[in-house]
Design a protein around this ligand. Sequence first.
Ligand code: DGL
Length: 256
Amino acid sequence: MIIKDSIVVIDSGVGGLNIFYSLKNQFPNENYIFVGDSKYFPYGTKDKNFLGNRLEEILTYFNEAKAIIIACNTATSVLPLTKPRKNVIGIIGLTAESACAKTKTGNIVCVATNLTIELEGYQKAISKLNKVCLPVKASEFVVIIENKPNLSKEEYDKQMREIVFEKLIEFKDKNVDTLICGCTHFGYLIEYFKEVLGDINYIISDDAVCENIHNYTSINEVNNPETYIYTTGDAKEFSDKMHSLGFKDSAEHIDL
Ligand code: DGL
């Protein structure tokens, strides 16, 4: 693993893989390192200072990287608690901008982890752009997604449908035309969201990151690009989660 010439992508778990694979598909001749911080999963129900310290630890480890993408809204929310670094890219501002550019009614539902909603990054970014943010705390989704390998398809669908309905039904007739997946895990849930809110705009961070990456770092044209996928937890467990979501790669453990 050569940290210096790599783009590092970080999340608490499998959510950030969406952004990681979008980047890799769009810019294949680049070195990548993905880290799922399973040791401290879930982030969304942790104390903000605890998480700020943990993020600082990870950023220090990868300090030399050409770019570090925080493919996690919760970690992006505590980024102000870490030392300022030029090579670190958060995702909330970019994602909020992309939602505000899409909405016609100006009413945007933002579904995110409890801590992301409590720290109000989306609410502030959206109101700055003169739109209305309707926040929904939904850390429960994250746990069900990461538990997918242990559930039958029927159980997973049932649990997800019940809770998605409960969280979103109140927005059905509220003139909402845009929903932000304000947690990178929620990119896996768009089909369930559609069952309640229908064919509105569903915003994920992947596109915003890929479109804006050039503003933060140059993209390499490496001849033999390398990719490493790490978890700070158990490699087999993390790989099983990846496979349950349809990814073919597997993860290795990293002591961090
Ligand atoms: N995927 C992360 C996010 O975007 C956090 C999930 C969690 O660990 O709670 O916020």
